[in-house]
Design a protein around this ligand. Structure first.
Ligand SMILES: [Zn+2]
Length: 288
């Protein structure tokens, strides 16, 4: 936090302060006709599968390229921590930091969930968000953030000294280990920073610390995605429940979440451009 000031202010303070902000990653180039086409296609989607994630747990789900999926609130306000992998290559996974750099602190309709290096493509595009009316409130808070990481037992231990086993990191690790039949230690190494679905968060004005508020999601709310490649999703129901009080404990009231998978006839996807893995030649300046 930049609240302790040990150094002296420079004499030329005024010429150093107040430069105009420049958007680091203008993202207009990523825009295409997809959203318009997908908004038409979603009128014809048909449900083909659903998975219920019990409270303080996680489950995996598979989505084929060209299908839609939804994360739905069903019994009460509940935050979900989402990991996404390319189904056939777990090395390609959701890259929360770069998604944030391109789209800001919270994501919604039209934004793409980018994958890690050296792939860097859109794994999925958000096509509908029943909470998009929320926007940003007076505290700068919004829903579906890519600024938090995932609650985890290591930070919990560091801050409270307790061993708690149902943080999102552990839930995601258990579900992934079961799905891929791998060791829990290997699974937790590929669990990554999440999309915090339904979580209402921001940074405080004074210290810029990460804060959370009670989620405005209610049963019937959902966030909908279009899969741009075959996906393995892992979703944890956060032990923080609606994240209005605390997490990393059994204190908060928690609810299940539902994931639904939807197919659409290919004819409705005519013209939709799926993103490809990066064509950067990976030379990194080593060879001519
Ligand atoms: Zn959590």
């Amino acid at each position: 936090m930049k609240i302790k000031k040990f150094s002296k202010k420079p004499k030329n303070l005024n010429e150093r302060l107040g430069a105009k902000p420049i958007i680091c990653y203008p993202n207009e180039n990523l825009e295409n006709e997809n959203l318009k086409l997908l908004h038409n296609a979603r009128k014809y989607i048909e449900k083909i599968n659903e998975v219920i994630i019990p409270p303080r747990d996680a489950k995996t789900f598979n989505v084929k390229s060209g299908n839609f999926f939804r994360i739905e609130s069903i019994e009460g306000p509940q935050v979900g921590d989402l990991n996404l992998f390319q189904a056939n290559n777990l090395d390609e996974k959701f890259y929360s930091g770069k998604t944030r750099a391109l789209y800001g602190t919270h994501i919604s309709v039209g934004d793409k969930m980018l994958s890690s290096f050296p792939y860097l493509r859109s794994l999925a595009t958000i096509t509908w968000d029943t909470l998009d009316w929320y926007g940003y409130d007076k505290d700068g808070a919004s829903v579906h953030d890519v600024i938090g990481t995932r609650c985890d037992p290591y930070t919990s231990k560091l801050l409270s000294g307790d061993d708690y086993h149902y943080c999102c990191h552990s839930n995601l690790s258990r579900a992934l280990a079961k799905e891929k039949k791998i060791n829990i230690n290997d699974a937790e190494k590929i669990v990554h920073d999440v999309l915090n679905v339904f979580m209402l968060t921001g940074f405080t004005n004074d210290t810029k610390q990460y804060f959370m508020k009670s989620s405005p999601a209610r049963p019937g709310d959902y966030l909908e995605f279009f899969a741009e490649t075959d996906l393995l999703g892992v979703l944890s129901t956060c032990p923080g429940g609606d994240c209005g009080s605390e997490h990393s404990s059994d204190v908060a009231k928690c609810y299940p979440l539902k994931v639904t998978i939807w197919n659409v006839d290919k004819e409705y996807l005519n013209g939709v451009r799926l993103s490809n893995i990066s064509s950067y030649n990976r030379n990194h300046g080593l060879a001519k």
